[in-house]
Design a protein. Structure first.
Lengths: 348, 348, 348, 348
């Protein structure tokens, strides 16, 4: 499927968009002369400093290529050979990373059904019955997604409670933060308030869905874990030789709150879209809108008409639930045009 | 170690350089509107077509992030659970990919000592004694590097002979082509003449060391193997979501022979450097110069003086062998300045 | 926990029992002179012939040490790097093999909730939506347990229907037959009727729980798969050097229907136990009794009293469900004594 | 290849022999009534106590099925995801375990050529250059075989020196002790003198080649490592359900010095065989005889004649080196008959 210039704005994913101009400028600006490979360069140092500004002085940040890479490198720091990860059954690591957790890490995913994509402390404690039993995989890490795959967010208190439940039993807390910026924007807090400040051990900070060309970070808050990152990043095929161009993107996002501007705008567009569906007959929201995703349930015929013109993903074929995503470059006009077309389709 | 603007040209690696302006322009040009993620876009289609032009109509090319990623995805197509790879003991997959072959593929590397980084057919046939013995890893793939890690090249005939030896015993031939362009430039042949035309089954085609920001390709010549690439690329953390920006780089290299211009220039600069050492007392070449690398042996004191000003890698500390690399943007002046400094150091 | 001679019969597991005297005699008889290692001996040949008699001439049987080993070797024949196994969420491979499937095979387990431990064809077809999607693990094998972990059995027709559903979509059918003998005894059919005759591709045939000291077989019905067994068995640490002593056990079980006698007796004792609980107040059966396991639900106080004297496992602490198992050497008196004690405890 | 009763004594391997009668009696004696599964039984407790007597009170011993299993479980305790093992290139883990180290552990084997199968401290220190370099596998464990695959032994001092060299750089020392008993017998020391007393961290203690039916132990001397064994043993398919029958064998070997009697006898028979070749023209010893193996080099015609009557392995086809092994049940008559036939063949 190819999109040409006559196609309207995509609502399929925040990775259908291009690169934010400030970030692209930063890439171009980094193309000056030689620089040592593998991160021993000015741009990477700058990124590391900005990460400490954003996440706290204990935060060690490591640039990688993509979200699955950030998850696998981050998780590999905390998992031995007979361990398990407790996560929502909708977690990206469980559903859309092609079995990387099982093959690359060799661990079991103890998946938990949830209503809204969010784990509760009881989901942790109720799954620890096999600890100490050599016939069972040993849960060692709790992994949550912030924003979740259903577009919902954990409050700082909710994360703190999960961290407490995990740590109380010797488990660590990992956050898949492919859309961490959107969560902070929604929660109206800084990035540390949902990571460093509430007991997270390792998390990823996504850039690609928030305007980067391709850049994610693994952030480690426990210094005893950070030592292994360079080795595991290299071995996991996530070490960029010309790293300055990845670091420059992440630095850009962490400068002048670009991460926040982009995420807040995308969130606002999703809210506008959700609000606009309120009076469209037959359309209901499947989950609360707390980020840049709108999950809506609507009749199959309406979906079919809308699809003739717009790109978006089906989420639950049987239920008639679809996902509409906005991005840093979605405009109010894009949303309003989409809503017009939705209304027409719904009333046809 | 950081290089600032007062530093002279780096001779450390072809990944110390930045991005070729034509390739950077292509990245910037790809930033127009939305495009489907994961390769379902115009730029990726264009790259796939250009790869068929360059490597033959049977060539299926897949963009990945980096060289180790290209090697691991390519090799994983041909290896089962109890298999082994025959390769030179200097092979990048054996020495500098942090054990990715062992951990990610789970296979044994049957490493062969060589004089010049190159395998011979007899190196294959002499290592097949364990075939059929369930106590031994089964050799299934021969992997060579073109250019080798010692800067040498295989002629088309040499590759054909290796392919024949491999195929005769049911093994497949893989080429780590991180510097394939430099080899073709040195051999004065097209890219198909050292891949498709001589029996290679799977190879990588490197862009990053030849002027790209970060882009490599896995190229599969056996259609029965290509089916698995999308799955293994995704699982191996090598699938770019905004793939158009990777594909645009590879397309650029395959357009108007940019790959050849860059590589031929880098090779010429290495040759100029090698030639210039001929009359420097105490400096000898360790290997034939057949690409953009010069391996030279010289007194420790001379190395030490040179290091005060230049970046380059030690290759064999004990022997006093160092590696000097050139790139697409190395100029004759860079080389001549370096030679001047070398001469001064050597005669001090 | 140690059992001394004053302890009554264990109802905890069919691996608490010792070795059937005929099998122990066979081990002793195999201790005559030298024999080639690793299976190149008379006893192993005899076992292979008897396996063909029992399972059909196409059956290739391979002796291994234990049940998890038989499962991992058998499954590894059919699974690539990005594959998944569809199985019941109660499956032994999912719950009690310490994550071996994930670590040793590197694959995802797509676990299906069931009422009675048994998969239905619809459980297969409803989980194939991700086939072809490179972001998802690809289901390649359906694995069922016969007897299931809940003591229930699949009829030959039920297995045939699963095989058909699996094969129709290109998947293979694996049977964890740790208690295959008990299933055949319950179903009153021969071993081929629930394996070779109904489309199973690979299965295990358990000896240890049916009177052996420690012996299981991997049986492969698809000749294209059998070639890999010797390599994977060796690599999976399941190749006995003095294999004659393992083969002799399996031969013994397959001679004069010892497998059937042992299993039928154990099943009969479980039925006697189940029947005896019918008129015990407060005790109900949790699952149909179709093998040598009785799952009963009873008050916590009764369980506590019974535990003072007997060994058995809790199955569902919250529900008050326990598992009582019988074995080849459980006698009617053992059962009746147990029932007496149960009645006393229940009426206290 | 099958051996019948008319065949003479095998000189092929110490796993061609059967079970020592005392050990077989112990197995039969363990077949009394019920016992908890997985090691929670009297026989296993007894074995654990005897292991402490033999190896020291800090020694935690765990029974497993076979030698490769003992190696993989033991090594897995000490190796992370990006680690490497330094070992002789003749090491069993490198040559004859079907790539289990690479697949099951995912680590690199840094193999060292040796003259006599023995590592020297300098072999360790000279391979540590890549420590700290994220592009290279990190050496973490030194693994030696005692007896080596060439029949030679390390003295206590030699092991102490290796342990010191390893520990000085943060590596641990593992011993593959499939024939540890033969080494102690040759060195005329107790088992602790070559393990606990000289800095070994983890080792295996082989029973199968010394008269057991099939029983090996993983012995852990560092208590911080022992905690993981139950999990890794289970996951590595090395946990016997009816463990009493494995433990009884190991207990037997550790009672009344049976391990020593068997090993000393086998060694003496090898020495008798080696001595007997002294005056056979054309026959030379390839390695010092320090255990129950004789490596001899002799003319191909002599080998061919001998093979018509005797089973033994070729070691180096080109060099004409063969391996003759003795066992606990090899008699002086067996050896003398063999020597007679050798002399006849050599003088033909």
């Amino acid at each position: 499927m190819l999109i040409d210039s006559t196609y309207p704005k995509s609502f399929a994913s925040d990775n259908h968009v291009g690169v934010h101009p400030v970030i692209l400028d930063a890439i171009v600006a980094a193309n000056q002369g030689d620089a040592p490979a593998y991160g021993d360069d000015h741009w990477t140092s700058a990124f590391e400093r900005r990460a400490k500004d954003a996440f706290g002085s204990e935060a060690e940040a490591f640039a990688v290529f993509n979200g699955a890479g950030a998850n696998m490198v981050g998780l590999s720091l905390m998992l031995g050979r007979y361990d398990a990860i407790i996560c929502a059954d909708s977690a990206h690591i469980a559903t859309h990373e092609a079995g990387a957790a099982e093959r690359l890490l060799g661990v079991k995913l103890m998946t938990v059904p949830t209503e809204d994509g969010k784990l509760r402390p009881d989901d942790i404690t109720s799954r620890l019955g096999g600890i100490g039993n050599p016939h069972e995989s040993q849960p060692t890490v709790v992994s949550i997604s912030q924003v979740t795959e259903l577009g919902t967010c954990y409050s700082p208190d909710e994360i703190a409670a999960l961290a407490q439940a995990a740590h109380a039993s010797g488990l660590r807390l990992h956050v898949d933060g492919a859309r961490l910026a959107n969560a902070a924007a929604h929660l109206d807090c800084d990035l540390a308030a949902i990571t460093t400040g509430v007991g997270v051990d390792v998390f990823s900070f996504g850039g690609t869905k928030n305007g980067a060309l391709g850049a994610e970070a693994v952030v480690v808050l426990d210094p005893s874990l950070a030592r292994a990152v360079p080795f595991l990043r290299r071995q996991s095929l996530q070490l960029a030789s010309k790293m300055r161009f990845v670091s420059a993107q992440l630095s850009s996002l962490l400068t002048d709150d670009l991460w926040l501007k982009n995420a807040a705008h995308a969130n606002a567009m999703a809210q506008r879209l959700a609000d606009g569906t309120a009076n469209v007959p037959g359309v209901t929201l499947a989950y609360p809108v707390q980020s840049n995703a709108v999950f809506a349930t609507l009749p199959a015929e309406v979906i079919a008409v809308l699809r003739q013109r717009y790109l978006f993903h089906s989420w639950d074929e049987a239920a008639g639930t679809v996902r509409w995503m906005t991005a840093f470059d979605t405009t109010p006009e894009h949303v309003d045009d989409f809503l017009d077309d939705l209304r027409k389709a719904a009333s046809a």
